[in-house]
Ligand binder design. Structure first.
Ligand code: COA
Length: 310
């Protein structure tokens, strides 16, 4: 039996920052942001909400959706580049708050591809029989590492958390294939010293190529063709990058998860947040073939092909 996603959860902070709000702070326009990125607004966590708080809320939501208790978890993995502290890890903070005393816990650093890296790691432990249930969280408070004076990056990012419980699913369902990759030579194009610094054009070119290739590749590794794919959940970085991967799979617009307009780019959280909304709004059904694909700083990338359902 394969590992699959038993339940998905999310948390986004309540404060909405619109493009019009940003127009008041930096030299930008709603029109520029919408046409270049598809983003209309993003959620920003205030000083009372840190990364671990959002991670904990998304984790509770995912456990409830999966109908799994915290004491059943064998491992907690948190993908983030914006932890509360260098250590203790966010994963150990969540472990304590959940009361998941039997779970090991660690953070993963793979930037926006982190959630995919986390799910693939969880799958190995579940299919090896090491742990019955692994909790994977993608969470970012990017607002604390964004330079709010830099219009090249300030308009792109948002805060939030998404989570999934990974465990065994029924015959024929689950994670059919995956791909993980990295190209450290591109690390200079997207990095953080004090703030996020980015060569947008280089990241854009890489993302368009890699997202499309990975989406097709995971379908093929599952013994399928792109025509078998029912739904695409791309990392929500920029609508133009997302559209390029959708077109590569030959899917119509309504078969792609798209929440970038309301949450911006939430890095490791974007895929589970978007998938959570898809499930809540009935866009993903049992036995659908869905492809999840992400890319990020590192550079890193990853994809999953899943036959949906428990
Ligand atoms: N508002 C107004 N103008 C802006 C702006 C903003 N918020 N940000 C940048 N500009 C200006 C630049 O100063 C530049 O002006 P110049 O040509 O006079 O120097 C111009 O717009 C940039 O144009 P261009 O590079 O053609 O924009 P683009 O179509 O490449 O879009 C990005 C820029 C950042 C939206 C795009 O490159 C992108 O999405 N890259 C990938 C970023 C990403 O996904 N990062 C996260 C990875 S996980």
């Amino acid at each position: 039996m394969k590992a699959g996603l038993l339940g998905i959860g999310k948390f986004v902070p309540p404060t909405i920052v619109t493009n019009a709000d940003l127009e008041k702070r930096i030299d930008t326009s709603d029109e520029w942001i919408r046409t270049r990125t598809g983003i209309q607004e993003r959620r920003i966590a205030d000083e009372t909400i840190d990364t671990s708080d959002m991670a904990y809320e998304a984790a509770k939501d995912a456990l409830e959706a999966a109908n799994i208790r915290p004491d059943q978890l064998g491992l907690i993995l948190v993908a983030t580049v914006t932890p509360d502290y260098t250590f203790p890890s966010v994963a150990t903070m969540v472990q304590e708050r959940l009361g998941a005393t039997g779970a090991a816990a660690m953070d993963i650093s793979a930037a926006c591809a982190g959630f995919i890296y986390g799910i693939v790691t969880a799958k190995q432990f579940v299919e090896a029989g090491t742990y019955d249930y692994v909790l994977v969280i993608g969470v970012e408070k990017l607002s604390k590492i964004v330079n709010w004076e830099d219009r090249n990056t300030a308009v792109l990012f948002g805060d939030g958390a998404g989570a999934a419980v990974v465990g065994k699913v029924s015959e024929g369902r689950g994670i059919l294939s995956f791909e993980l990759g990295a190209d450290g030579s591109g690390g200079k194009h997207l990095h953080r010293k004090e703030f996020i610094e980015m060569n947008g054009r280089e990241v854009f070119k890489f993302a368009v190529r890699q997202m499309g290739e990975t989406a097709v590749s995971v379908a093929e590794k599952a013994g399928l063709t792109k025509d078998d794919v029912d739904y695409l959940v791309p990392h929500q970085a920029n609508i133009r990058i997302m559209e390029a991967s959708r077109e590569r799979l030959g899917l119509p617009t309504e078969k792609m998860s798209s929440t970038v307009h309301k949450y911006g780019n939430t890095s490791a959280a974007s895929i589970p947040i978007s998938l959570s909304d898809d499930l809540a709004e009935g866009r993903v059904k049992d036995d659908d073939i869905i492809v999840l694909v992400g890319f990020g700083g590192g550079l890193t990338w990853g994809g999953l092909c899943i036959k949906w359902g428990k």
